[in-house]
Design a protein around this ligand. Structure first.
Ligand SMILES: [Zn+2]
Length: 299
């Protein structure tokens, strides 16, 4: 059985005009697709697999039902690339960014982290000394109520009248990705690695400040990079003639991470474009280095 995701069903599911065009089995299939889709709304377009997952003991033709959802209700899209896309899912669910689920479809990526997290929640998390670390609470959607009776005692009875069809709910006791300042060997390793590499390139070994550690922690916890990815980014930029002179701190590494990643990708495919790209970012980097690092967002 594939790993699904708990998604609470919105009452509008039963009165939605588009869905009302479809048969009851098709509607049930649609609800099932939500549970097995990634958070970008993709499900493998494999009717036999879906049959096993959703209608194991039922005499239904999933291929037919999929056509119904596509052509009659028009709630799914199939580009013929082996994947079903559910446009409504990406619009109507609220996702806890920390538990964003992606799939194997090419290009399916976790989106950039939300610009501003809820400062009130951040404050609560930072000041709560009683909450157990390993039980993070996903932020509840506004108007969230309880009453799904599924045993977890935490279902959505969303009553705020917005367009939510299915609210997001992650069932797994997911690992805590955001922790208050505590011993973090991974953070220390990354900071030391960057400092070592800068030093090895002939500069004075930079001091590992709180801003460094905070940036490394956010890179891992909030931006969702793995330690290995971050380490490769450090190695890449310190091996690169242009970038090594511009990335001289962990806050800058974090700030420039996406650009570094793109540059590293381009460097392998379009060698000449890198020079132009590097020239284009010189002035911006200089300006950003001169400005105070935006670490006010730290918890
Ligand atoms: Zn996906």
């Amino acid at each position: 059985m594939a790993l699904g995701k708990v998604r609470a069903l919105h009452p509008d599911f039963f009165s939605d005009d588009d869905l009302a065009e479809a048969s009851i089995p098709a509607r049930m299939l649609f609800a099932g697709l939500w549970c097995f889709a990634c958070d970008n709304g993709h499900v493998a377009d494999r009717s036999k697999q879906l049959k096993r997952w959703l209608f194991a003991t039922d005499d239904v033709n999933v291929a037919e039902l999929l056509r119904e959802l596509e052509d009659v209700a028009e709630v799914i899209e199939r580009a013929g690339d082996g994947w079903i896309f559910i446009p409504g899912l990406t619009k109507r669910q609220r996702i806890d960014w920390r538990y964003f689920k992606t799939c194997d479809r090419p290009g399916c990526e976790k989106p950039p982290k939300p610009e501003k997290s809820n400062p009130e929640r951040e404050t609560r998390r930072a000041t709560s000394g009683t909450r157990r670390e390993e039980e993070p609470r996903a932020p509840k959607p506004v108007g969230d109520g309880d009453g799904d009776g599924d045993g977890d005692g935490d279902g959505d009875g969303d009553g705020d009248g917005d367009e939510l069809l299915v609210a997001d709910r992650d069932p797994s006791p997911a690992p805590q990705p955001t922790k208050p300042p505590r011993p973090r060997p991974d953070v220390d390793r990354l900071c030391n690695h960057l400092a070592d590499r800068i030093h090895a390139n002939g500069s004075k070994r930079p001091a590992i400040t709180k801003a460094w550690r905070d940036s490394a922690r956010l890179l891992l916890d909030r931006d969702g990079r793995t330690e290995d990815e971050a380490r490769r980014a450090i190695d890449w930029c310190q091996d690169d003639e242009f970038w090594r002179s511009n990335v001289l701190s962990m806050p800058t590494l974090r700030k420039q991470y996406d650009r570094l990643r793109l540059a590293a990708t381009r460097a392998t495919s379009h060698q000449p474009s890198r020079i132009q790209q590097n020239l284009a970012v010189v002035s911006q980097l200089a300006a950003e280095e001169a400005a105070p690092h935006p670490i006010g967002e730290l918890t």
